[in-house]
Design a protein around this ligand. Structure first.
Ligand code: 5RP
Length: 236
């Protein structure tokens, strides 16, 4: 599976391969979204097909559900599974306290629900995802389409009272049209540059009517498995 990979794909692959070692027979596993998580789903599928690993997977997006089924993982809904042993997912940024920015792939809402409903969340990342302070990566905020421009204005006004460096927000697009999430919502990307108090930022954003969820994952991640281009893996 790892032949002829670029350094970045090697990093993602070795992190994914190491993380699936945490998966045990009979577990209910949350399946993340994104290019790193896709490596993890493919690695799990291989274990299911070739080593008879018996798991059920709860995908965090329609994309991941399709891939999981294709590689042979039994897919169930979160309501069928009720509670999960483990979720493995990627991230856009990871800080030293293992707080995260997620949602670059647009699946932050299902990802946060699934990770929160899990005994443990393991993040798989390449080394470029580690930062001292969150915020260089634009913070995704999922908003309902109704009145989204008013919600955007309220978000911008709220940002002026927070410990952040930037205040511009952009509607995520898919070509000319708004990007639409699996839940039928839009995403605002908040260009904050530096988030001084991620917990406060998350709490305050989620108070705004029209905001469904934001991409700050505070105190949710338990373990970060970091892959490097030379094949090394570091666990925090
Ligand atoms: C999707 C996510 C992804 O996990 C995050 O964007 C990282 O993606 P990648 O592994 O492709 O860098 O949060 O909503």
């Amino acid at each position: 599976m790892s032949a002829n990979l670029s350094p970045i794909d090697t990093a993602k692959f070795v992190a994914a391969r190491r993380a699936v070692e945490y998966v045990e027979d009979g577990m209910k596993v949350g399946l993340g979204t994104g290019s790193t998580a896709a490596w993890m789903v493919r690695c799990l599928g291989e274990l299911v097909r070739e080593e008879g690993l018996r798991i059920v997977g709860v995908p965090t997006s329609s994309r991941t559900a399709e891939l999981a089924r294709r590689v042979g993982i039994k897919v169930v809904s979160l309501d069928e599974a009720k509670w999960l042993d483990l979720t493995i997912d990627g991230a856009d940024e990871v800080d030293p306290a293992l707080n995260l920015i997620k949602g670059g792939g647009g699946a932050l809402l299902q990802e946060k629900i699934v990770a929160t409903a899990s005994d443990r969340m393991i993040v798989i990342a390449d080394a470029s995802k580690h930062v001292e302070t969150l915020g260089a990566f634009p913070l995704p905020v999922e908003v309902i389409p109704f009145g989204w421009q008013t919600t955007k204005a309220l978000v911008e006004e709220t940002l002026s009272g927070l410990d952040v460096l930037g205040h511009s927000t952009t509607l995520r697009l898919n070509g000319e049209a708004p990007y639409v999430t699996d839940e039928g919502n839009f995403i605002l990307d908040l260009h904050l540059k530096r988030i001084g108090n991620a917990r406060q930022t998350s709490l305050v954003l989620n108070q705004i009517p029209g905001v469904v969820e934001n991409g700050l994952f505070i105190d949710i991640c338990d373990i970060v498995v970091t892959g490097h281009g030379d094949g090394r893996v570091v666990i925090n």
